[in-house]
Design a protein around this ligand. Structure first.
Ligand code: ACO
Length: 430
């Protein structure tokens, strides 16, 4: 029998069913609330609001657990590839060898962008932020390819999915090449997603770049770790925009815009800038920790804290280990890594952060790894977007396939003027 939550409003009692997820997450189903009671709920920032039921990703923020389709992230990071993990997110199960080689080849075949799009890209200022370029280019795909909307044929959706995963890395690499005034390097139609991306970034017409296999593996792991994270700001943006049924490309563009901000994916760039600032100042990290604790100051320690994790972000732990291994293997000493390790140790022992359960998040160490790969700081959030692409598409697919799905349209509690008459200009006393 379904459990019930009771709400007492004045003299009336209303009953609402409790929905229980497969991991025993519990929610009060308030869908009939307004019709029955005339009230809405108020929950700015959606701290307590479940926007959907989802089978894709499970997070337990208290225990630091993250699983895609039930499989723990560390197993995927160790044993899977980015394309296989993408298949898992998109389809709900691991692929057979034939399915894996098909999706791998489909993605490898779709890497080229139309000539007109290359020209568009070349018209951006050289110092344009690569997230601005990426968002514009992904939206532009809607002008070049067949419409992909709820109700589109499965094959059309599948082709658009491969295209989006493929061209995100091409656009990223081309925007980098444009920023440094070099010619674009064409994507290869050979399988090897991460290797292909690094070649597009660092090869030049007269020199084929050959990426270090350990760097390729590290990049694959980073992309896997960014591939989905349930109903975060960008995935929710994809769902919200997608719910009005524009093209898939437009919905994904909304995700890219949401990811860009420094409170979300933009934090990886902000972390590196913060570490560089600490280094340049010559001060100890304590000075910055004190600044973050000072409520009269807006400064926050980038890379710490998370809406869901009230424990160490499992992604941060894995990324920190890869980062240490890679820098050790390369015999590279990065003063910013030393500052990061010191800062983290101090934060984890500081009452302010302990009390608020603020731990390093995915963005704290990822930038150091991107830097070790030679990727410039303003490209870090683009790397996040490359990784997140299969997750956004999986969230969109799940949403459009949910029976009875409605347009996302929150309500509000109006607190403005009551009805007031228009005053002609000559009668206004200003
Ligand atoms: N530095 C200092 N104080 C912090 C930090 C931080 N990084 N993060 C949270 N706090 C404090 C807040 O000031 C607040 O203190 P108070 O209770 O005294 O008012 C308390 O911790 C709770 O913070 P909220 O902002 O209410 O938490 P929320 O869940 O809304 O925000 C967020 C989460 C945005 C990630 C926040 O922790 C933050 O701004 N972190 C820094 C930016 C960052 O690293 N973002 C990346 C997140 S991971 C991702 O999106 C991929």
């Amino acid at each position: 029998m379904c459990e019930i939550a009771k709400l007492i409003l004045g003299s009336e009692t209303y009953e609402f069913p409790i929905v229980v997820g497969t991991e025993n997450e519990r929610a009060i189903d308030i869908r009939p609330l307004r019709a029955q009671t005339g009230h809405i709920t108020l929950d700015s920032g959606f701290m307590n609001t479940g926007s959907c039921e989802s089978e894709i990703t499970f997070i337990n923020g208290e225990k630091g657990i993250l699983r895609y389709r039930g499989i723990p992230l560390d197993q995927l990071a160790d044993q899977s590839s980015f394309i296989e993990t993408s298949y898992l997110l998109l389809n709900g199960n691991l692929p057979s060898p034939t399915e894996l080689s098909k999706i791998t080849q489909d993605i490898a075949n779709q890497g080229e962008i139309p000539e007109q799009m290359k020209k568009m890209l070349q018209h951006f200022p050289q110092d344009a932020h690569p997230m601005a370029v990426l968002g514009s280019m992904i939206n532009a795909l809607a002008g070049f390819y067949q419409e992909v909307v709820p109700g589109s044929n499965e094959d059309v959706i599948s082709e658009a999915t491969s295209r989006l995963i493929a061209v995100t890395s091409t656009i990223a690499a081309h925007s980098y090449k444009h920023s440094i005034g070099e010619e674009f390097v064409a994507p290869s139609s050979e399988p090897g997603y991460s290797e292909n991306f690094l070649k597009m970034m660092f090869s030049s017409p007269d020199r084929e770049y050959s990426p270090d296999p350990d760097m390729v593996k590290a990049l694959e792991m980073l992309l896997i770790m960014h591939a989905d994270h349930e109903q975060n700001c960008s995935a929710s943006s994809v769902r919200l925009v997608g719910s009005s049924q524009p093209s898939l490309y437009a919905a994904i563009t909304a995700g890219i815009a949401a990811l860009w901000g420094p409170l979300h994916g933009g934090a990886n760039q902000a972390v590196m800038e913060m570490l560089a600032q600490i280094h340049k100042s010559g001060k100890e990290p304590e000075a910055f920790i004190d600044m973050a604790k000072d409520k009269s100051n807006n400064f926050r320690l980038s890379g710490f804290g998370h809406r869901v994790y009230k424990n160490y972000d499992p992604r941060a732990r894995i990324i920190k280990n890869i980062c240490m291994d890679i820098l050790k293997k390369e015999s590279v000493s990065d003063p910013l890594l030393d500052i990061a390790v010191k800062l983290e140790a101090q934060v984890l022992n500081d009452d302010y952060f302990i009390k608020r359960k603020l731990y390093p998040n995915v963005d704290f160490y990822s930038g150091l790894l991107y830097k070790a790969m030679g990727i410039p700081t303003d490209m870090f959030t683009v790397l996040f977007a490359i990784g997140r692409m299969p997750g956004w598409i999986a969230q969109w697919k799940e949403m459009i396939n949910t029976p009875g799905i409605k347009i996302g349209r929150p309500r509000q509690v109006y607190t403005g003027n009551n009805e007031t008459n228009y005053i002609p200009m000559q009668e206004r006393h200003i």
